[in-house]
Ligand binder design. Sequence first.
Ligand SMILES: [Zn+2]
Length: 221
Amino acid sequence: MAFMSGRRLAQLLGIVALGALAAGCTTTKPATDAKGAKLAYAAEPKESSTSGFFSHNFSGLAGRSVTVNSIADLKLGYHEVVLTFDDGPMPGRTENILKVLDNAGVKATFMMVGQMARSYPALVREVAAHGHTIGTHTQSHANLAHLSPAAAEAQIDGGIKSVSAALVPSMHSVAPFFRFPYLASTAALRRQLAARGIVVIDADIDSKDYFQSSSAAPASS
Ligand SMILES: [Zn+2]
């Protein structure tokens, strides 16, 4: 796999302040062997950034970067989150997310499904061209906890291969970041991924925005 060559292991993982929390998930548990994966960090959040929450007032959000060699390097500031978007790319939706992120001036990480990347490779490249990080999320969004070790590995490798293939015509590459579909991990698979230098991105907050088709803010939490 391209990203295992060590040629370009450093990658960016966007972190933004609380004002954009409604758009995604917090992720704070990369594996300890990130081997220099670089995290794009959002601006020093200000307490006032919570004003405008659920509105389109994103003023005050910006970015910063930090190099992460281990989980100890990933220290979120007050009201900071890592935004991640799973399951795409999806025409008609991913572009809207890119617009919102551009307007906010922040970067995020897209955990893409291999089959989706195969279907919409140009959209994969568009996400990368906007400066966001692209990780993977298996080939067909399978629940790996229900598969044999060999089948689970094939799912992981298939996702990486498909997303990598979509990026081939560009200057971008897949980050060594992986999220388990349904967050259904096993200790054995986590060990295997860690041994390969792949960082498992967990989620502390699930926005559950996949239950609604509108981009309107939810009425509560
Ligand atoms: Zn998913």
